[in-house]
Design a protein around this ligand. Sequence first.
Ligand code: SAM
Length: 243
Amino acid sequence: MNFHVMTLFPEMIENAMEVSITGRAMKAGHITLNAVNIRDYAQNKHNRVDDYPYGGGAGMVMQAEPVYRCYQELVKKCRKDSGVRVIYLSPKGTVFSQSMAQEYAKEEDLIFLCGHYEGIDERVLEEIVTDYVSIGDYVLTGGELPALVLMDAVSRLVPGVLNNAESACTESFSENLLEYPQYTRPEEWNGKKVPSVLLSGNHKLLAEWYRRQSVLETARRRPDLLEKAELSEEEKKLILDCV
Ligand code: SAM
């Protein structure tokens, strides 16, 4: 997976991606990162990339031309000549989800466009953007944190990035359920014991416990997810009993 990021703050992207699991994944060659400064594509003496909005109003707007020139350079570095997804991080976009992360993880290249100030001239968005993605119903100062959120979630789904290939498929949102509660040593902490089934070593009992706890956890915390989950009659009854 090759991530390309158009941003005014490439160091913000690089610094965050270089640590922990994504950093290791880059070193191992499972993902690559190419964060490019849109300012390098400005064509004026002071490298300005923003200007006042037509019609007035608060703040500044990023100009179309530097963004377009930056995109034209980036797209040359992608494997495909056309059809590369260009994701504009925007509060107006579709709210990001695990299923979108799974879809993006199938791509070879992804281009992210991070806005700043009041946003970006609409004309270049019309020209290059394929996907509008938001990370939630609130407004941030720039698209860098949202781009990092997407790259982190997508990276975890790229083969080889996680040590234990299983961990991504038993996690929250797979099968529209939340993950079961987790415990580690010591066996007793603050008077609370680890559920005894987890010490049993009985795989059948463990699998049943994980599934049951996932269903209950989802019913308690995110009942909206259950509408799309495939549940047995017994599990439906379990939910009715717990609410
Ligand atoms: N004026 C814009 C509006 O009201 O929709 C908000 C612009 S915001 C201050 C600057 C940039 O931050 C946006 O262009 C976008 O790239 C990014 N951004 C802000 N909030 C975001 C969110 N919730 N999800 C994704 N990107 C966001």
